[in-house]
Unconditional design. Structure first.
Length: 219
């Protein structure tokens, strides 16, 4: 029986490890932090990120596909608390990203990733005024993500939304009804000038009792 267990372990080990230059073997037989023969990260990885400038150190885990992050990635602080839940596509942020402070949701971001292997990408942009109207746009792919969608900022204590920002392909969207209008001097209507004779007549008759003549004859 013992020999059978060792045989199964040996077979599983070889099948799993085949084609990988290096990896970590877990107690359950799975592998972690795999590098293929081209030194590309594959499968599930756990990374430690050292502190940099104002960013504290953290641990993160998720999946790699051909050296690019893919799917859901989670970040933890040094106490093991979840501080971020990010989504990736083609190695770039894509979709909803959530960031937490002391276990409470602090803010959410929305991104759109482009496939870096394509020079151009065709995307559908929903009209911010009409949910049933969609416009197709062709954008140049530079191998990165663009802010796209609604970003929300929360009060961590109450969970109340305190601010929202809407982005469309990397640019903040400002509704037309809130846009400021400027008035130039030339656009201000100028008063019409009265003829000098009219001004002199009004000056001479100012304060005098007006006599209304209706055509009737006095007795």
């Amino acid at each position: 029986m013992k020999n059978i267990i060792w045989l199964l372990f040996f077979v599983t080990f070889n099948v799993t490890a085949q084609g990988y230059k290096s990896f970590q073997l877990l107690d359950n037989g799975d592998t972690l932090n795999r590098l293929d023969d081209k030194n590309m990260k594959q499968g599930k990885w756990k990374l430690h990120i050292n502190a940099l400038r104002l960013e504290p150190a953290c641990d993160e885990e998720g999946m790699f596909v051909n050296n690019r992050k893919e799917g859901v990635w989670r970040k933890y602080d040094m106490y093991g608390l979840l501080i971020a839940k990010e989504n990736y596509k083609w190695g770039n942020k894509n979709g909803l990203q959530q960031y937490l402070y002391q276990g409470q949701l602090e803010h959410e971001e929305s991104w759109r990733a482009s496939n870096p292997e394509n020079q151009f990408d065709t995307i559908e942009v929903q009209d911010v005024y009409d949910q049933f109207k969609v416009e197709r746009k062709i954008i140049k792919v530079d191998g990165y993500s663009l802010e796209h969608g609604i970003w929300k900022y929360y009060d961590p204590e109450t969970g109340r939304i305190i601010k929202t920002v809407n982005y469309v392909l990397g640019k903040e969207f400002v509704p037309q009804n809130t846009a400021l209008t400027t008035t130039t001097v030339d656009s201000i209507p100028k008063p019409k000038l009265k003829p000098k004779l009219v001004e002199q007549f009004e000056k001479n008759t100012k304060g005098k009792k007006k006599i209304i003549r209706d055509g009737a004859t006095g007795h």
